[in-house]
Design a protein around this ligand. Structure first.
Ligand code: GLC
Length: 546
């Protein structure tokens, strides 16, 4: 009789194993000297991201911020054609080549799906605003003014400088709704034609071989069809906001997911992740879907609100772990193109002429990101410890003040950082020395070396990839310590969030452990006493337990 062997444990899908690297195409690599990054530039840097060896960063996937035709009022997050490439960034053929070259290196490609709104130059909106009777009128959210001429309700734009989320179209006498800029009218997701059109957009990119989508402003896609006012003060669940997190959003996302699942040879082959700014964890985790049928990865923005405190970071992780529905997979990130860089955000006491604590803390943050249970998302430039670059008012471009974290990637120490041969669209910054790939590549003490070590170590560690997570209750204040374990491997991660040395009593875990990694380049690996485990100032360690 043929022997039936025990089913092999399923290999987790790529989006659970891998590191997802976010590329902001404008600022990654310019290939034609116009000062703006482009798709050919990304292709040229793929070996840096992953050439299959630990000499490279080891990214498993890239998430590309928008490169679609756009008037660039919000730098591509105002899409004028969902199925094309802006000439500034290249051509569709160049996109196809990028996908081919990425796949040849085992790098997956995730693109941004800006479903909540289009550009006001999108032909859908041009038609929609042309008359009240236009067939596309109800593809967007139009409403009459109040009797006194004021906007239909009290909804506000997400960008404080914009103010009201409504703009009057003089010609047709109605207001249209925009969650962001007036140049970004919200699509009307109650209209089935809009749902069908976006299916078509997803298919267009899936047919070209993309591995997934990051859905922009996912929590805002559906809004109250009756357009009622938001409650004036946050009064909790009884009075939910009416301009975001509207229940119908989940039906729309399930539809996205069905479209996505229609592609790919195996379940989980293609991936969908959210942008979801929701502080309430119960609401947030609903975006995984009640039957696991919405997002594979739900972005949790709570790290970005944490001051540099072990207790705060631990509370976010413990809270997320506890809130996750069965089978849901967490993911973590420390910033993106909308948020201050880690080395700057935590750089208290920085003086005008010297760096403060940011660089040391950014190393601890890197270790945290790469050792937690969950998929790490890494924003370009974080791996070399880039800081927010002050942008003088005359060069400022973004209405929401996000230029400093969007300045070009620093490839070398030349005046234009190897990013462009032309004039970069945003300044490079003056402390480029050492904060560049070229300066750090061969320096074992550099941030880049630390990131590479962490990423490649993680790839080879079953405990880090899919082990359990258990916080260590006995850690002293200021230390976030946790165990990651599978049957064959147990690792202790201990992160000192303070600027002084601290002892962790880890004796209950054994007499000694093997120090595998430290954020302190001067500490060498080898046996380490656990009674107590000594941590240097701002030091994080990974210890292998016997
Ligand atoms: C998301 C993007 C941000 C953009 C906004 C409007 O938050 O990350 O950059 O401004 O959506 O599309």
């Amino acid at each position: 009789m043929p022997q039936t062997s025990a089913p092999r444990p399923q290999t987790p899908p790529w989006w659970q194993r891998g590191v997802i690297y976010q590329i902001y195409p404008r600022s990654f690599q310019d290939s034609d000297g116009n000062g703006v990054g482009d798709l050919e530039g990304v292709t040229a840097r793929l070996d840096y991201l992953n050439d299959g060896t630990p000499e490279s960063l080891g990214a498993d996937a890239i998430w590309l911020s928008p490169f679609y035709p756009s008037p660039m009022a919000d730098f591509g997050y105002d899409v004028a054609d969902y199925c094309g490439v802006d000439p500034l960034f290249g051509t569709l053929e160049e996109f196809d080549r990028l996908v081919r070259e990425a796949h040849a290196r085992g790098i997956r490609v995730v693109v941004d799906l800006v479903a909540n709104h289009s550009s006001d130059r999108h032909r859908w909106f041009v038609e929609s605003r042309s008359s009240r009777n236009n067939p596309k009128r109800h593809w967007y959210v139009w409403a009459d003014p109040k009797p006194d001429g004021s906007p239909p309700n009290n909804w506000m734009s997400e960008f404080p400088r914009v103010g009201r989320a409504w703009t009057l179209d003089e010609a047709t006498g109605q207001y249209y709704f925009h969650s962001f800029l007036p140049e970004q009218p919200d699509l009307n997701w109650w209209n089935p034609e809009v749902r069908e059109a976006m299916d078509g957009v997803m298919r267009f990119w899936l047919d070209r071989g993309v591995d997934g989508f990051r859905v922009d402003a996912a929590h805002r896609i559906a809004t109250d069809p009756e357009l009622r006012d938001n409650p004036l003060v946050e009064t909790g669940e009884a009075e939910p906001r009416r301009d975001e997190n509207w229940p119908e959003v989940h039906a729309i996302l399930r539809r996205f997911r069905r479209t996505l699942d229609g592609y790919g040879a195996a379940p989980g082959e293609r991936m969908m992740m959210s942008e979801t700014y929701l502080n309430d964890l119960a609401s947030l985790v609903r975006y995984y879907g009640e039957a696991g049928d919405e997002f594979h990865l739900v972005q949790n923005f709570l790290f970005l609100r944490q001051p540099w405190l072990a207790t705060g970071f631990r509370a976010v992780v413990d809270g997320f772990e506890a809130a996750l529905p069965p089978g849901a997979w967490p993911d973590y990130f420390l910033n993106n193109h909308d948020h201050s860089r880690v080395a700057s955000r935590y750089d208290e006491h920085a003086g005008a002429s010297r760096a403060g604590k940011g660089p040391a803390r950014a190393r601890v943050a890197a270790m945290l990101l790469l050792t937690l249970r969950g998929t790490p998302l890494l924003y370009q430039g974080e791996e070399i410890g880039m800081t927010d670059v002050p942008v003088p008012p005359e060069r400022a471009t973004d209405i929401a003040g996000r230029d400093p974290e969007r300045t070009p990637m620093r490839w070398d120490d030349s005046p234009t950082a190897g990013f462009t041969t032309g004039e970069p669209w945003l300044p490079i910054g003056s402390d480029a020395e050492r904060v560049s790939v070229a300066a750090q590549r061969d320096d074992p003490a550099s941030m880049l070396s630390l990131y590479r070590r962490l990423i490649w170590y993680r790839k080879a560690s079953p405990a880090l990839l899919h082990g359990s997570y258990r916080p260590l209750g006995s850690a002293p204040e200021g230390v976030f310590a946790f165990l990651r374990a599978v049957e064959e491997e147990r690792l202790l991660v201990a992160l000192n969030f303070t600027g002084g040395p601290l002892d962790l009593d880890a004796g209950a875990l054994g007499q000694t452990g093997r120090l595998e990694l430290s954020t302190d380049p001067n500490r060498s690996d080898g046996e380490s006493s656990m009674r107590p485990l000594a941590l240097g100032p701002d030091e994080g360690v990974v210890i292998r337990l016997a």
